[in-house]
Design a binder for this molecule. Structure first.
Ligand SMILES: NC(=O)C1=CN([C@@H]2O[C@H](COP(=O)(O)OP(=O)(O)OC[C@H]3O[C@@H](n4cnc5c(N)ncnc54)[C@H](OP(=O)(O)O)[C@@H]3O)[C@@H](O)[C@H]2O)C=CC1
Ligand SMILES: O=C(O)C1=N[C@H](C(=O)O)C[C@H](O)C1
Length: 233
């Protein structure tokens, strides 16, 4: 595949390594103003840029009929607009707050646990995420996806950064510690005990591999997909 990297920071560089090891070619490493690049020979664009650039990057590719994989977090208020454009243009798009296989298994565990806990009123849930100090957004996209998974199966209706103010809010704590690639923990606490599940990334390889696998999987397909589709879980 000929890949255009939209964003060539920590993730862009990690994706390049994995893509080259799987015999793909990087045709562009785009760090700004996407409109100046020629997409004629591009099979797929992989966007790991910054929250303020993701929407323009993604919509530009959809307009040019280039399939897009996006892992950028912090721009999701415009997700529905991207879906609408994709449908209008018969385009191809995958967003995932987290592309790693481990976290996608963890998402399933989170839903299963939320279902079991939904009848147990003595327990309150909290989410904690820890990331490196260069991260621009808080809470992490993964923490938001985890909160959404809990809300689907419980009486919680919102998430709230730091302290919850109402009973139907899931509090999310975001900690920033140098060099941490990404840790997420969900804890249910009662007066009697606590139950926790945790995912800890040791490096960025899992995120990058998942994004490249998604780019390979999406070839020849049209529509809006998720990592659940890619991994068939
Ligand atoms: N879904 C997932 O699995 C994962 C998602 N992420 C997310 O991916 C994103 C990138 O993370 P990370 O690589 O660590 O961040 P970095 O800051 O290391 O990289 C972002 C890069 O985007 C560049 N950039 C700035 N403006 C644009 C633009 N208009 N178009 C393209 N690129 C641009 C930046 O350039 P410059 O420095 O010159 O501004 C920088 O090199 C974040 O939103 C992060 O949360 C991260 C890991 C996993
Ligand atoms: O910024 C990061 O580094 C990460 N961002 C993603 C997120 O916001 O969930 C995924 C991963 O945890 C690393």
């Amino acid at each position: 595949m000929n890949i255009a990297l939209l964003g060539y920071g920590r993730m862009g560089k990690e994706i390049e390594k994995i893509a080259l090891s799987r015999e793909h070619t990087i045709v562009h490493k785009i760090q700004g103003n996407i409109t100046t690049y020629d997409f004629t020979n591009v099979d797929v664009a992989i966007d790991f840029s910054i929250p303020t650039a993701a929407f323009e990057n993604i919509t530009h590719c959809i307009q040019q009929q280039i399939p897009v994989i996006s892992g950028t977090t912090g721009w999701l208020e415009k997700y529905d607009e991207v879906v609408a454009l994709c449908e209008e243009k018969n385009g191809t798009f995958i967003y995932a707050s987290n592309f790693s296989l481990g976290v996608n298994i963890f998402f399933e565990m989170n839903s299963y646990l939320a279902k079991m806990m939904s009848q147990l009123e003595d327990y309150n849930v909290t989410i904690e995420e820890i990331h490196h100090t260069k991260k621009l957004d808080a809470p992490s996209g993964t923490a938001i996806t985890l909160a959404e998974g809990i809300m689907q199966h419980s009486n919680y209706n919102h998430w709230k950064l730091d302290k919850a103010e109402n009973d139907d809010e899931i509090p999310i704590t975001a900690k920033r510690i140098p060099e941490v690639p990404g840790t997420h923990e969900i804890t249910y606490t009662s007066a009697i005990d606590s139950i926790s599940i945790k995912h800890e990334a040791h490096n960025r390889q899992g995120f990058a591999l998942g994004a490249v696998v998604a780019a390979e999987w999406i070839q020849g397909k049209t529509g809006v997909f998720s990592m659940k589709d890619v991994l068939n879980i």
